[in-house]
Design a protein around this ligand. Structure first.
Ligand code: ASP
Length: 326
């Protein structure tokens, strides 16, 4: 194809019909959609919006976040798995990518092989939080109340496979008492219900709870990491508060549909790594108790290996619990 005809083709907006090589060298020539498989206002959404804005600056094209919530993050993941593998549709998802392949036995997409990995993004603690007037002030008091009240208490989550679901499973199995589970399309809307006092408890990423905890709008009983979180120095770890089994760290990663050309993956990955070093992103993440991964982990190879290891780690735990979504 001559330079003139290439230009003519691009000029008519028919770039999508160009040869793959041309489309790649020109990438990105239009806005990119970053699908978040949970509702707006939640922690995955917050991470995505921060990273998308910085990536857009780096790529010279806007990266537009689209929330496709529901079914524990599987609706949004399906949307990306089924999209054209051209780099214009990406997925920002969390640890659910490692539990969904086991939790869901019937999915309209390949949850293990349907994606290219681009890079890990963050490591995030969870916090066990409650509505402001919840009648317990420590983790031990909360455990006693959960054991006494059981189904009379409402536990909010973002559907089966969500981080809030996993944390709730761990909590309920550790204290050996089941609460009534109330699923939302994301923990953004769930937080609104917690703030309004219409649900009792939730376990959610610090990205979504730090500011409400600091403002005294909700109660917090523990963080789920082995170490305390610098953004919440007075909050004990679950182990310190007497429940060592409540340990889970959430991670986020960026994906593209299977078959997305490697040069495109590399361009997006480069922008991701730059975004994770952007001072504005770094500062905001720190304020929200959210840690960007080291640069070497924001790569396709590390991400794929880590993700597959996480699938293998969660599979026997989920199978032993015998709890499936379908
Ligand atoms: N934090 C939520 C969860 O996985 C999802 C969300 O970001 O809304 O429970």
């Amino acid at each position: 194809m001559t330079a003139i005809s290439k230009r003519a083709l691009l000029g008519t907006g028919l770039a999508a019909l160009a040869t793959p090589a041309l489309a790649q060298s020109n990438y990105p020539s239009r806005p990119i959609t970053m699908v978040v498989p949970f509702a707006a206002g939640g922690p995955t959404d917050t991470v995505a919006r921060l990273v998308a804005e910085a990536m857009g600056r780096e790529l010279g094209q806007s990266v537009v976040v689209e929330n496709v919530g529901g079914a524990g993050g599987t609706l949004g993941a399906a949307r990306v798995a089924q999209a054209r593998p051209d780099g214009y549709t990406l997925l920002l998802h969390h640890i659910g990518m490692a539990t969904i392949p086991t939790l869901y036995r019937r999915l309209p997409y390949d949850a293990v092989n349907g994606f290219e990995t681009i890079g890990l993004i963050t490591a995030v603690p969870m916090t066990l939080v409650a509505k402001k007037n919840f009648p317990a002030n420590t983790l031990q008091e909360a455990i006693a109340l959960i054991r006494r009240e059981r189904e009379n208490l409402n536990y909010a989550n973002a559907g089966i496979g969500a981080a809030s679901h996993l944390c709730g499973l761990l909590l309920m199995s550790q204290v050996d008492a089941a609460m009534t589970t109330v699923p939302f399309r994301g923990t953004g809307p769930a937080m609104q219900e917690l703030l309004a006092g219409r649900v009792d408890l939730m376990c959610d990423q610090t990205t979504n709870t730090t500011e409400q905890i600091r403002a005294g709008e909700i109660k917090v009983f523990a963080v789920t990491t082995p170490e305390r979180v610098p953004a919440l120095p007075n909050v004990p770890t679950a182990a310190e508060a007497g429940l060592p089994g409540l340990e889970v760290t959430i991670w986020h990663g960026l994906y593209a549909p299977k078959g997305t050309p490697r040069p495109v993956i590399d361009r997006v990955g480069q922008a991701l790594r730059a975004a994770l070093k952007d001072p504005k992103v770094v500062q905001r993440f720190a304020d929200l108790g959210t840690t960007p991964v080291p640069e070497a982990q924001a790569t396709p190879e590390f991400h794929r290996q880590f993700w597959q290891a996480e699938i293998a780690r969660w599979r026997p735990l989920i199978q032993a619990a015998g709890q499936y979504a379908d």
